[in-house]
Design a protein around this ligand. Structure first.
Ligand code: SF4
Ligand code: SF3
Length: 514
């Protein structure tokens, strides 16, 4: 195996024996074979709706912390192989990351493929709600095929940047799907404590899974809690209308081994991030969609026109004791674009009167490494008249710190738009501010970045931000292992991408406008 697709890769270089994430060599190799088969589909077939949907689903399956099941991946590869038009295949697609010898070309090819994985995740969530954009499938095919044909940096770079456009399209489609289906997110207080009934814990990003489970469990005598990226479900009017959607339990994905144990109830993983399953909750965890784990029951896809059947999850929960409390209090979120636009006058007034001096985008992913304390430390030392804009699970490093409000305005200092895909909302908010203040360049806004990245959806979000014209994006806790020194040089020259440093130095740089 060789894998370096996530931030936690061994030694900041690559996982070669077993993944830090828990992925075995056999699963990594199976994923490589699946990616090669998808490339062969892309080379030999036109991107029809049916093929596009399949390729996107399969790409999503290979995202970090989703699928640990070699048999499930092999089944997808067999399906993929049957879709390849062998008569049109000039030669087998290269197998594995290291098949590309040139370090810089390899870097751009993998950057593109990881961007596609993120795009695919968002496209798949939108499709679950009946929304899709065919141009995304066309690009996915073109991009996958390019990785088998192109041999130069000059040929690959434009495709990587184009992937940013496609990531914007994917996030826009998902935003439309989520808001048209479940209503525009509203400012919402979410409970952190627990009730006295047995619970079901929903993790991952798939809102349709959440809604169907909420509907099916409404009279079952159980409470439903969210975990990690599930938190955003509370912000949607049509989801928060379920009285038994009780609150949020725990923090970001990497704490799940302790938190799933103390939750005591049934757990449903709808997407990443899943970590290796512990015995304490092995008999009460379920997977669905792209997630799979050996020996764990998997809730099947929904039949055409129907819903998934979550009765096994609900039945399992009924016999469980209620969750052990972890904390008390509440979180506030739901600051997606519509909600912030409706507060626009107050925000603009606060900027004009000097009550808000700067925005810092601290969105993205959380992760295991201690170095991510950086984000908590930075949040603590930011001036009281600075606002943090966030989306994704990165916020769990600082969203329980009671950072307060902007004095005299009632505007919280942490504005959480929702899941990582809701970074789209943050970009729309920034574009709106640019318009209101009649700026020519978005980089003239009083706005800094301290993004955290971990998996491949963050890659798609980053490419989208670059495409939207944002410069000076600070990325941490380390730069991706898959970026070669020369590719980093290009990104620095074109976009002034920079690694996070220590909180004090970064604060100084932000105060100086970076
Ligand atoms: Fe290693 Fe990350 Fe790949 Fe897992 S996903 S094998 S931790 S690089
Ligand atoms: Fe988190 Fe996995 Fe990326 Fe959706 S849940 S942001 S890491």
């Amino acid at each position: 195996m060789f894998c370096f697709q996530c931030q936690e890769t061994v030694g900041g270089k690559g996982c070669e024996r077993v993944g830090v994430c828990g992925k075995s060599g056999a699963v990594a190799d199976a994923q490589d074979r699946l990616i090669a088969a998808l490339k062969e589909i892309a080379i030999t077939r036109e991107p029809t709706l049916e093929l596009g949907r399949f390729v996107v689903k399969a790409l999503f399956t290979t995202i970090t912390n989703a699928n640990f099941n070699e048999a499930a991946i092999n089944a997808l590869t067999a399906e993929a192989n049957a879709l390849v038009d062998r008569d049109k295949l000039p030669s087998p697609a290269p197998l594995g990351v290291l098949a590309e010898q040139n370090e810089d070309v390899r870097s751009l090819k993998e950057l593109l493929i990881y961007g596609l994985k993120g795009v695919s995740a968002y496209a798949e969530h939108a499709l679950a709600l009946g929304y899709e954009d065919e141009s995304i499938y066309a690009f996915v095919f073109k991009a996958l095929a390019s990785t088998t044909r192109e041999t130069t940096v000059d040929a690959m770079l434009p495709l990587v940047l184009e992937c940013g456009d496609v990531a914007i399209a994917a996030m826009a489609t998902l935003d439309k799907a989520n808001t048209e289906t479940y209503g525009a997110p509203e400012i919402t207080k979410v409970k952190l404590g627990v009730g006295s009934r047995p619970g079901i814990l929903l993790s991952g990003h798939d809102l349709r899974d959440f809604q169907e489970l909420l509907e099916q469990s409404r009279d079952a005598g159980v409470d439903v809690y969210t975990h990690s990226e599930g938190l955003a479900a509370h912000y949607y009017p049509q989801l928060k209308a379920y009285a038994h959607l009780y609150g949020n339990y725990g923090g970001a994905w990497h704490k799940q081994q302790q938190e799933f144990a103390s939750f005591n109830g049934a757990i449903l993983m709808t997407t990443n991030c899943l970590t290796p399953i512990k015995d304490e909750y092995r008999d009460r965890i379920f997977t669905t969609g792209p997630v799979s784990y050996p020996g764990v029951p998997h809730i099947a896809d929904r039949p055409v026109g129907g819903a998934k059947d979550f009765s096994a999850v609900i039945e399992r929960a009924k016999s469980c004791p209620p969750p052990t409390p972890l904390e008390d209090g509440e979180l506030i979120g739901g600051f997606a674009h519509d909600q912030v636009f409706s507060l626009a006058d107050a925000v603009i007034e606060a900027i004009k009167s000097g009550k808000i001096k700067r925005f810092v985008v601290m969105a993205g992913c959380d992760g295991r490494h201690k170095s991510r304390d950086y984000y908590a430390e930075l949040a603590k030392i930011l001036p009281k008249d600075w606002v943090i804009l966030t989306a994704g699970c990165a916020k769990y490093r600082y969203n329980k710190l009671s950072l307060g409000e902007i004095e005299g305005t009632g505007i919280p200092r942490v504005l959480d738009a929702g899941q990582c895909n809701d970074s789209y909302s943050l970009a729309l908010i920034a574009l709106k501010l640019k318009e209101v203040f009649a700026l020519d360049d978005i980089n003239d806004l009083p706005l800094s970045f301290a993004l955290g990245w971990y998996e491949q959806k963050a890659v798609a979000v980053l490419l989208a931000l670059l495409k939207l014209g944002f410069k000076n994006v600070r990325l941490g806790p380390t730069l991706p292992a898959f970026l070669s020194p020369n590719v980093i040089k290009v990104l620095v020259e074109k976009f002034n991408i920079m690694p996070t440093s220590d909180p004090e130095s970064d604060l100084k740089a932000m105060q100086a406008g970076l």
